[in-house]
Design a protein around this ligand. Structure first.
Ligand code: CP
Ligand code: NVA
Length: 309
């Protein structure tokens, strides 16, 4: 686990030491309280947002975050740049290195971000790949921290696919010493490479990361229950067959009976109501999904300041 270093990029949660994660949280809380104090923090800096997939939260929160801190943005969507198709990723990276002060990348293959970073010498931020979604996980744990009592270590239960979101969540939880109980179908676990790091870090931090294939067991006494879509962007072709594996994994009123009384509901959004979560639960009093989405903005501003200044 990295310590006393300053990350140059945020491609994986693993790029940040536990100390840096606390710095980002502290900064995000200050920014949330007093956004005007940071209005010139990125003055004169230009950022590219290169997105191979659609986005609402990540795209808009990064653009708003950068512009509200005095920086400029250029968005390049799926139709604009054709990374690796019109031109090799390494060529695009070397050209943009001469124009931009940082890049936020959303890609299909995680490898694309790794290659880009190799040839781009300023901060690269992963805005979601098929392997990780680090900005999401940071906003999620800031939200959990805000909504938890200081006297009690909260239990986060994640129910659903062992995907990019879960990989980042458990890696972050392991670094923070947190308690996560996740349930995925046996054939859709998180990455084995991530689990190896999670085991190593947990030994040092005292984190408890427990794996289940029964959602009812995972939600027992949970303070937060989190889910994500079952078919991620880029998986549409295998969507129908994949969906069969998720019977019983819906976050609904029945499943939540075993959770703690004041359980809070989380979802990274977009949600597919009637699939991974019911409309009733998503819209219910215990849902904190929109506050969670808002925290994307504050956390990403903190990430930008941490990496770029
Ligand atoms: N949660 C999230 O990353 O949302 P977008 O896909 O809309 O950016
Ligand atoms: N797992 C989802 C997250 C969307 C924010 C996806 O990759 O599509």
């Amino acid at each position: 686990m990295k310590s006393s270093h300053k990350a140059k990029h945020l491609i994986s949660i693993d790029d940040l030491s536990s100390q840096e994660i606390q710095t980002v949280f502290g900064l995000a809380q200050k920014i949330k309280k007093s956004p005007q104090s940071y209005r010139n923090a990125l003055q004169g800096r230009m950022f590219g947002l290169i997105f191979e997939k659609p986005s609402t939260r990540t795209w808009i929160s990064f653009e708003v975050g950068i512009q509200s801190m005095g920086g400029g943005t250029i968005y390049l969507g799926p139709e604009d740049i054709h990374l690796g198709v019109r031109e090799a990723v390494k060529d695009v990276a070397r050209v943009l290195d001469r124009y931009l002060d940082g890049v936020i990348l959303r890609t299909f293959a995680h490898e694309t971000i790794i290659t880009f970073e190799h040839y781009f010498h300023k901060p690269v931020i992963n805005g979601l790949s098929d392997f990780e979604h680090p900005c999401q996980a940071l906003a999620d744990f800031l939200t959990i921290r805000e909504k938890s009592s200081a006297r009690h270590k909260p239990i986060l239960a994640y129910i659903g696919d062992g995907n990019n979101v879960l990989n980042s969540l458990i890696l972050l939880a392991a670094k923070l010493g947190s308690h996560v109980r996740y349930a995925t179908p046996a054939n859709f676990p998180p990455s084995e490479g991530v689990l190896k790091k999670v085991r190593e870090y947990s030994r040092r931090t005292g984190a408890a990361i427990e794996a289940f294939t029964d959602p009812k067991k995972a939600v027992e006494c949970a303070d937060f229950v989190y889910t994500d879509i079952w078919v991620s962007m880029g998986e549409e072709a295998k969507g129908q067959s994949k969906m069969q594996s998720f019977k019983g994994f819906q976050v609904n009123r029945e499943l939540l009976r075993g959770a703690s009384k004041g359980v809070k509901i989380m979802h990274c959004l977009p949600a597919h109501r009637g699939e991974e979560i019911t409309d009733e639960v998503l819209e219910g009093k215990q849902s904190i999904v929109f506050g969670q989405a808002e925290n994307r903005l504050h956390v990403q501003k903190a990430i930008l300041i941490h990496l770029c200044t």
